[in-house]
Design a protein around this ligand. Sequence first.
Ligand code: GLN
Length: 451
Amino acid sequence: AHLARTGAVDEKVHAYLHLDREGALAQARAVDEKRARGEKLGPLAGVPLALKDIFTTTDMPTTVGSKILEGWIAPYDSTVTRKLKAADVVILGKTNMDEFAMGSSTENSAYGPTGNPWDLTRIPGGSGGGSSAALASFQAPLAMGTDTGGSIRQPAAVTGTVGVKPTYGGVSRYGMVAFSSSLDQGGPCARTVLDAALLHEAIAGHDPLDSTSIDAPVPPVVEAARNGSVAGMRVGVVKQFRGEGYQAGVLQRFDESVALLKELGAEIVELDCPSFTLGLSAYYLIAPSECSSNLARFDAMRYGLRVGDDGTRSAEDVTALTREAGFGAEVKRRIILGTYALSSGYYDAYYGSAQKVRTLITREFQQAFDQVDVIVSPTTPTTAFPIGERVDDPMAMYLMDLCTIPSNLAGNAAMSLPCGLAPEDNLPVGLQIIAPATKDDRLYKVGAAVE
Ligand code: GLN
């Protein structure tokens, strides 16, 4: 049924980069046979899933939305892919994304943009717009995303779906193509809080193949999602997460959500976190710095594309020609920015200062969580904007991540879930819930109560 749905709508939506019709049917049949034989089935047996094209798969291409990896087949499955297969999930295909997960609209994909199912002329968010569009157009009930600065939560917000960035280290990064390693976090996308929790439980847990993986039991997310409640909880509202640049309808739905939390028995606490306003600036130094280091491996020798290798050119020239042809404009911008920020003489002024801001934000979160159990905010300042509107204005694009970035810098857990449509444009608004690191279950407890 899901493949038929994709056949009917994806020409317009363009959620998938690669659909694995045969593989999906084979996986589904294998689950049926297992069931017929009376074998023990995985916890998500037969449930279809759309996989962001950043997780390596040995049976499908992995492009990360880039020309530089066109046609590349990974020699190993990511830990997430492996865990999904062990859970008996049926992987339908790989979803569209901004190139190397750099973007907020999926317009930076080398393979063309994805439409927002609510209005195909608008963006589905990014970088994981393909996964959220697949959910919102009912092409899959579950999807996987990655969140470096908001790429799970922001697409969830603008497509009226649920997306969770687990605590940093909660889901293995092994086989998840690196953008900014100290910020990157894989996580679940779904249409309901409980569905997200079921997927979360299947993919999370310690992985010796990822040195930053948390060696502790997975938080009880499913139990929390089944027992939604905010009675007696202290919920923080941060002064800095509103003001200029926020759409009136977004703030209206957010205020209604806060009123609902109060009505359900939560105590609302006002918080002042002045360093949060510096989050965007710090992020756009730290993420490009790490990206400039991580993307150095795309040298035309090891992976995918190779341009100009005709026997007359040096390796350096072939590398340069390949990168020129293989990387898009935003990726080049970040590599140049990051290389500059890390260069001697500038390192302390840029990268060093950004790291100090990161520490301040982490501390302000710690102080906030001394006073409250969770923090809530709008996920994004505005609803989905029209495709093309911000492509020539990187700053306007970056503003989409104002409320999501602080959690990546601090490494805590955060969820976006739908909280209604903005009255002025009838487009989905996202409510963000933030919990302290390793307390991911609180997101689900609160999310299930207000869903
Ligand atoms: N939009 C942000 C960026 O372009 C976040 C991307 C992400 O979370 N992968 O860096």
